[in-house]
Design a protein around this ligand. Structure first.
Ligand code: ADP
Ligand code: MG
Length: 339
């Protein structure tokens, strides 16, 4: 019998990985902005056309890449962020899988311009569908600039199933909110079809929320601040009287990363028990910080799920922190005299 198993060519493997990591234009924005954060950028500009379908341009003033690294960055499993399996248990960067650029380059037309401060010349690379068309030295700004065009040009099914521009733009705006809120010290701009959507100057956490969501939401928020040996919790929660019928703004971050976490969402909602009108939801912006060795981020390619070593110990801490802060701001009635 003849053998029939073959290794897939890199371009195909990258396209398969892209299916998981890059679902829509907003995924490209997320991955590239996270790379800019990991590169130590203090200013990140996101310029998009037609909700990212025509163009996604992300530029940063981070550390930039050497000519060799600029080429390596597009290889699958190529990363500067971890070196061995042990590092997986102590992730301090947004990225570590070395998949995003290889994935994006497999399904789009990508131009990279990058330069390290100490280098005189930078690098220009043009890749279409994993194929390098050009790599040459170039006089470019310090930092890194990615231009992504023609996303999903070779994945017609994906391209066809992209939603209307208004929906794709909404997803991009959500991604920008999710990275901008936990990084208030970094300047972000988001420009869509030439019109600014966000101009967020460096600020503190509260001011960043104001800049993103407006003064009226921020005025309804009270502080949360709790520091224990296993977790530090800080941020803001909405007073119950401002709760709304729609889910509102509910943001939960772990070590600077946006998470969906139904288990802790419940801890928060239970802390509000009996304070909320039926079917209404408070806003919250909670930032948890804990030892990166006690969580596992490597659960899903998009990293919006996380495993905690001591989830059950953290639950009551979250619950108590919310309770305490509602109490401090006099929104938990201790004894109700108004009968
Ligand atoms: P990961 O972020 O998981 O390492 P990526 O495919 O997103 O994988 O990026 C590959 C590598 O390219 C990164 O590890 C980093 O060294 C480099 N890189 C990507 N984007 C930037 C950037 N904006 N500035 C500097 N280096 C970058
Ligand atoms: Mg990355």
């Amino acid at each position: 019998m003849s053998d029939i198993i073959q290794l897939l060519p890199d371009a195909v493997a990258n396209q398969i990985a892209a299916g998981e990591v890059i679902q829509r234009p907003a995924s490209v924005v997320k991955e590239l902005v996270e790379n800019a954060l990991d590169a130590g950028a203090t200013e990140i500009t996101i310029n998009i056309k037609d909700a990212g379908k025509t163009l996604i341009q992300i530029s940063d003033n981070g550390c930039g890449m050497s000519p060799t690294d600029a080429r390596m960055a597009f290889e699958r499993h190529a990363t500067s962020k971890i070196k061995n399996a042990n590092d997986l248990f102590c992730i301090r960067t947004m990225g570590f899988r070395g998949e995003a650029l290889a994935s994006i380059a497999a399904i789009a037309d990508v131009e990279l311009r990058t330069k390290k401060v100490e280098d005189e010349l930078g690098t220009f690379i043009h890749i279409i569908g994993s194929e390098v068309k050009t790599q040459e030295p170039a006089g470019v700004n310090n930092g890194t600039n990615f231009l992504i065009k023609n996303l999903f040009f070779n994945v017609p099914a994906r391209r066809k199933f992209l939603k209307a521009n208004s929906t794709e733009l909404k997803h991009i705006i959500w991604e920008v909110q999710r990275v901008a809120l936990p990084n208030p010290g970094i300047r972000f701009s988001l420009i869509h079809n030439g019109t600014p959507v966000y101009e967020l100057p460096a600020a503190n956490y509260r001011k960043r929320i104001v800049d993103v969501f407006g003064k009226s939401l921020a005025q309804s928020l009270v502080n949360v601040d709790e520091d224990t040996s296993i977790v530090k919790i800080f941020g803001f929660i909405g007073q119950p009287k401002f709760a709304r019928k729609t889910m509102g703004e509910q943001f939960f971050f772990v070590n600077g990363r946006f998470m969906r976490h139904p288990y802790f969402h419940k801890a928060i909602m239970q802390a509000y028990e009996q304070l909320l009108p039926p079917d209404s939801y408070p806003s919250y912006f909670l930032f948890l910080e804990l030892d990166p060795g006690s969580i596992d981020i490597n659960v899903h390619p998009t990293k919006t799920e996380i495993k905690f070593e001591n989830e059950r110990d953290i639950w009551p801490i979250v619950h108590a922190a919310i309770r305490e802060s509602l109490g401090k701001h006099n929104v938990v009635p201790s004894i109700d005299f108004d009968q």
